[in-house]
Design a protein around this ligand. Structure first.
Ligand code: GLY
Length: 573
């Protein structure tokens, strides 16, 4: 790992606690030691870089870059490694979005969001009295949508250089030989122990007789076998044959509804990326079925005519303005956004200058708005998602956000196949006005229908500066995703912060309903008091997002930054 011009490196020696024989390698590349690794928060590389939620996954991606792969190769290998080393959100049983800009200027938006099974129905989570049973949309077999990740990886292979068998080998080795877990992972597994027991029909590797602790080795033999079937048979190794059979048998044991045909018929889809300008910067983000790109465009454009810079970073004035933009954008999410194959999402209208100017017409500086008076505009959409960013030596930018929805998804592991299923069905509006696990409400646009993709907040984003590729960024965090990316971009563009500061400074979040402003613990106390005096309800909450970003510096080096809020780590060469 070449680290030059280090502005800040938090290199924490995590592991090496076990007396394992150290094969010192994952795959044939002699590059990754699963028993001893460090977290690197910020580094500058000459050629290519990866930033992801786990050091081993970033190292696997960087090894692919070094080996001659491009950003797509690295993104595929990193996602597969995350499915092993970051079981809370990395996945093959979930879905995601890949946004990319190739060096020839081509933009790619790949949607591999989960879809509702063919037996799903609009009222499937309502009891006989019409009450929503969100425990069913959030936990166990019925919560899972048809997984999209493997279809997405094979769709993105079109743009890659290396053979898939090489890209998946590190993940197979990590699952087969095991890796040592961090303290955070140990705590997360321990916290989910009861749920794993409750929502599984067979014993799972994630439950041990004793508690997990940092330095324990997690070996996942069944997952390794599943990954080998995918290595041998391609996407059919997941969507057909033994793996598909194991998924359907798991569904039958737990009253789930995914069938063989649902798996066989699943396809990834190309979506035209959303493009807009913000203070002279060209921004590219994801279109529906994510709400993320529209929300990001709306919020940035609503504040563009104000001098946020002069108001000052996280002054009560600038935060209030930004909150009011958040409130109005999220009101539109609830009413207008859903899967575009099922619902006409008025993307151009929602992001037009005229509409957004009118949307802010009732904004009053220094006075809290009230969501009860802010209706959706009239025009005739645990937070365990994960993001990874890659820039390669040629300048290809890749931004991938992928998810199981909640931490460890629906908590159900496919018996015999070793991977967790998502609980993405909860991202649909199970009943108009009933909040999902993120407190978000929705209506007809995001109602359940067979084959429909549930509305997402994932916001993989790219930015051009002076017409040149500049930044790849994104984060997990459920409905806080668009507001996190929004604040990171304002920090970069308006406040000219370093990339580290732009993603690590305390965040705040408002999503229309509930009418609350959520702030991280480190949020400036004086600003909080001023906002309360204006009439805002402020609530402190656990950390918001885990943003991963890479930028191309003047001179061409790549600065990679991983969020301080998790085990997130960068790698490159
Ligand atoms: N499951 C989180 C999202 O897609 O927004």
């Amino acid at each position: 790992m070449k680290k030059t011009n280090l502005t800040f490196i938090a290199a924490i020696l995590l592991c090496g606690l076990s007396a394992q024989p150290v094969p010192s390698i994952v795959g044939p590349y002699k590059a990754v030691n699963p028993y001893k690794y460090s977290i690197v928060k910020n580094a500058v590389y000459s050629h290519g870089a990866v930033s992801s939620a786990h050091p081993l996954a970033s190292q696997v991606g960087a090894a692919m870059l070094k080996r001659g792969g491009n950003a797509f190769d690295a993104a595929i290998a990193t996602q597969l490694a995350l499915a092993v080393v970051y079981p809370g959100a990395g996945n093959i049983g979930g879905g995601g979005f890949l946004l990319a800009r190739r060096t020839n200027g081509e933009l790619i938006g790949l949607d591999y969001r989960e879809a509702a099974p063919s037996k799903a129905s609009r009222d499937m989570y309502l009891d006989k009295n019409g009450n929503a049973q969100v425990s069913l949309s959030q936990n166990g077999h019925l919560a899972s949508g048809i997984p999209g990740t493997i279809a997405g990886l094979f769709a993105s292979l079109t743009y890659a250089r290396l053979p898939f068998r090489q890209l998946i080998q590190p993940a197979i080795d990590l699952a087969e030989k095991g890796f040592v877990i961090t303290e955070r992972e140990a705590n997360n597994l321990n916290n989910s122990r009861e749920s794993f027991i409750k929502y599984n029909t067979k014993p799972t590797i994630f439950v041990k007789p004793v508690k997990w602790k940092a330095g324990d080795t997690l070996v996942q033999k069944e997952l390794a076998a599943t990954l080998r079937r995918i290595q041998k048979n391609g996407a059919k190794g997941f969507y057909e044959g033994e793996t598909a059979q194991l998924i359907v048998e798991e569904m039958q044991r737990g009253n789930g509804i995914i069938q063989l045909e649902d798996l066989k018929n699943y396809t990834a889809k190309l979506r035209e990326p959303l493009k807009f300008e913000y203070r002279g910067h060209h921004i590219i983000s994801f279109a529906p079925p994510s709400s993320g790109g529209i929300l990001l465009a709306q919020m940035l454009k609503m504040i563009e005519k104000y001098s946020v810079k002069n108001m000052g970073f996280q002054s009560a004035k600038s935060v209030q303005l930004m909150i009011e933009a958040e409130r109005r954008a999220y009101a539109d999410r609830a009413e207008h956004m859903g899967d575009p194959d099922f619902w006409k999402v008025p993307v151009s209208a929602l992001t037009s200058d005229a509409y957004l100017t009118q949307r802010m017409a009732d904004y009053q500086p220094e006075k809290a708005g009230q969501s009860v008076h802010v209706k959706p505009g009239i025009i005739k959409e645990s937070e365990e998602t994960t993001h990874l960013s890659v820039i390669d030596a040629d300048g290809n930018l890749v931004s991938v956000t992928t998810t199981l929805n909640g931490g460890y998804g629906c908590k159900t592991v496919v018996g015999g196949a070793g991977f967790l299923l998502n609980n993405e069905m909860d991202d649909f509006s199970v009943k108009p006005g009933v909040p999902n696990m993120y407190g978000a409400v929705g209506g007809e646009a995001n109602a359940i229908a067979p084959g429909k993709r549930m509305l997402s907040s994932m916001t993989p984003t790219l930015m051009m500066k002076d017409n040149k590729p500049y930044l790849t960024i994104g984060t997990p965090g459920g409905t806080t995703i668009p507001t996190s990316v929004y604040q990171a971009l304002v920090n970069l563009v308006d406040f000219n912060m370093t990339l580290s500061d732009a993603i690590n400074k305390p965040k705040f979040h408002h999503q229309w309903l509930p009418d609350e402003v959520y702030v991280e613990k480190e949020f400036i106390a004086a600003t909080k008091q001023e906002l309360e005096a204006m009439g805002y309800h402020i609530q402190e909450r656990p950390s918001i997002g885990r943003t991963e970003a890479i930028r191309i510096m003047n001179g061409g080096k790549r600065e990679a930054v991983a969020d301080v809020r998790g085990d997130d780590s960068v790698a490159g060469y």
